[in-house]
Design a protein around this ligand. Structure first.
Ligand code: PSU
Ligand code: MN
Length: 300
């Protein structure tokens, strides 16, 4: 693979074997509106640092697959001019074309895996869409390919969650609830869908992940952290908002890579922007937990 480009801070962290947490950039350049995307980037990085780890946002910068953005590079991705959404399969094309690409979970895992980084945080992973039929995020097969600990708040609630959990089982990806026995619903704390495993601390997660790696397992391990009840949105309200968002996607013929940003934007309008505050809170909380697990792994 073309050599990855590292920021000086990530370079040093690799050299000194400091705990590193990789972060995605699609949520910054496509998933969240300006200026909330800046708050998201800052809060994710602060969360990782508070836990004693080094954050590295992944992206394709001028065609270079990169871990750790400089301030100027981050500004470009926050302004999002000419920044395309890049999933795993799009990486070589963005590289050959010298493009700026914001990486989804799938593409970020591919870059983190190539760099040997073992911990990653995001908001919600992609999964099996409710419609159109057969639209399944490339996040799922990439989770099956990279032995990385992934902290999320579940799959985005715009998805078919039971089908997404079944696919994760088929792919051999362990799914662990952090202080919960249920799959969190991203905007909501619960979904009623039971999870196969539960952990109470970052140390316990690190222990599970170490066993996973010791076995030579090649998949990711997914840790799902629910939002505290007082921050989470009401399920009925979110369901109704998603129903209306799906209807407008259908009416406007939105498909393919555009569907996820479209639905997230529609839910935000439907909830009067409250989903946005929730999204920022869970991004920070997930980054912090990922930092704690990375630190625990480094002391293992
Ligand atoms: N979660 C969010 N906002 C986002 C995404 C996730 O809160 O923008 C992005 C992630 O980058 C995820 C991608 O990998 O959406 C999934 O897109 P698709 O369904 O096209 O694979
Ligand atoms: Mn898709």
């Amino acid at each position: 693979m073309t050599t990855l480009k590292y920021s000086p801070e990530i370079q040093r962290a690799i050299h000194e074997r400091l705990p590193i947490v990789a972060l995605e950039s699609s949520v910054i350049a496509q998933g969240l509106p300006i200026p909330a995307n800046r708050a998201a980037a800052e809060r994710m990085m602060r969360g990782v640092r508070d836990a004693g780890a080094v954050p590295g946002i992944t992206a394709v910068v001028d065609g270079a697959p990169t871990i750790g953005l400089s301030d100027q590079e981050l500004e470009r991705f926050l302004r999002r001019d000419g920044v395309r959404k890049v999933s795993a399969r799009d990486l070589p094309i963005a590289m050959a074309q010298g493009a700026d690409g914001a990486t989804t979970v799938a593409a970020s895992l591919a870059l983190a895996g190539a760099a040997g980084i073992r911990v990653f945080a995001t908001g919600g992973i992609g999964g099996v869409h409710r419609e159109p039929a057969f639209d399944e995020s490339a996040d799922l097969p990439e989770l099956a390919r990279q032995p990385i600990l992934v902290v999320c708040a579940g799959a985005k609630s715009i998805l078919d969650l039971p089908a997404t959990l079944e696919r994760l089982e088929t792919l051999g990806v362990p799914v662990v609830g952090y202080r919960t026995s249920e799959l969190p619903g991203f905007f909501t704390a619960t979904t009623g869908l039971p999870l196969p495993a539960r952990a109470e601390s970052a140390g316990e997660i690190a222990e599970m992940f170490s066993s996973h790696l010791a076995l030579g397992r090649t998949q990711a391990m997914l840790v799902c952290q629910p939002l505290p009840d007082d921050v989470a949105l009401d399920s009925a309200e979110v369901d109704a908002a998603i129903g209306r968002a799906l209807e407008s996607a259908r009416a406007q013929g939105v498909r393919g890579a555009r569907i996820t940003p479209f639905l997230l934007g529609a839910v935000e309008r439907e909830t009067g922007g409250r989903s946005l505050a929730v999204n920022l809170a869970l991004l920070e909380a997930n980054a912090r937990l990922a930092g704690e697990v990375a630190s625990a792994l480094a002391n293992h």
